[in-house]
Ligand binder design. Structure first.
Ligand code: NAG
Ligand code: NAG
Ligand code: NAG
Length: 253
């Protein structure tokens, strides 16, 4: 093969070979998974990573997480006499980037990956549009408008589980589970109501919501957890399935 052709081949193949390689250290601090202080390193890495993740990582197709935007959320609640349906739209969740990371615990073996991260968030604001329908025996109420909720002093742990997966590009961790169950210190909500037929009930509704938020939050949690799990797995895998295990969590010692 002549030199010219060889050079052309090299030029053609180099970009092809390295196109998918992302320099992760541009975005996230990388921790030696076998080091004695890996947990301290990860605590710092997640703390710094939150600032980056807040804006998203375009190169990895990771969406911005603060503010996080969700198109819609549907909830249906039924017990004996009560039926409640709620559709929330154009939901903005703000405040995650002021979280403090307190601790991280990694168990990374050859066949299993488990990471826990303890966080607190001083304030989270959730707002959007809603359409609600409630039935109590034969009484029916419809309402629609805007809602805003402030949650304060959230305490929670992210738990991620994954398994190593080999493909032609190397070994990656596929995150299979994401779990969190935030404890909330306080919650205050305000709903507006554009429906004239039920407007008189708006203040009552607001008072009820604010007086019973602990109960309502507990009822809401299973729905939210299902979604957080899906969102957490999706966001985590945008990073974990693109960066080889040995690059994301190198084993240097
Ligand atoms: C391997 O990397 C190439 C280049 O980035 C990518 O197109 C391909 O989808 C990857 N394969 C898998 C199984 O992810
Ligand atoms: C939520 O917090 C924001 C900013 O502090 C404030 O403007 C808003 O009135 C609060 N909303 C409720 C329902 O407390
Ligand atoms: C049960 C629930 O909350 N489902 C929502 C989860 O999130 C998707 C969008 O990511 C919504 O479409 C679902 O309504």
């Amino acid at each position: 093969m002549n030199i010219f052709l060889k050079n052309v081949l090299v030029l053609v193949f180099i970009p092809a070979c390295c196109h998918g390689l992302v320099d992760i250290e541009k975005y996230l601090k990388v921790c030696d998974r076998n080091s004695a202080d890996v947990n301290d390193c990860l605590t710092e890495a997640v703390q710094e990573g939150l600032t980056i993740l807040a804006k998203g990582i375009e190169e990895l197709d990771v969406p911005p997480i603060d503010p996080y935007h969700q198109k819609d959320l549907r909830i249906e609640y039924k017990n004996n006499q009560i039926l409640a349906k709620l559709i929330a739209k154009d939901i903005h969740v703000e405040g995650l980037k002021s979280s403090k990371v307190h601790d991280a615990r990694l168990r990374a073996d050859d066949d299993r990956f488990h990471l826990e991260v303890d966080l607190t968030t001083p304030r989270v604001n959730v707002r959007g549009q809603y359409i609600g329908e409630g039935r109590y025996n034969s009484l029916q109420i419809r309402a629609n408008g805007q809602f805003t909720t402030n949650m304060t002093d959230l305490v929670y742990t992210w738990k991620l589980d994954g398994i190593p997966e080999k493909n032609e590009n190397g070994t990656f961790i596929r995150i299979t589970e994401f779990y969190m169950r935030p404890d909330v210190g306080g919650m205050k909500s305000y709903l507006t109501n554009d429906n004239p037929d039920s407007r008189d009930l708006t203040e009552l509704g607001n008072r009820f919501t604010n007086q019973n938020w602990r109960l309502l939050y507990r009822e809401f949690l299973p729905y939210a957890q299902e979604n957080w799990s899906r969102i957490g797995i999706r966001v985590a895998n945008k990073i974990f399935l693109k960066i080889p295990y040995d690059v994301l969590f190198p084993s240097m010692s």
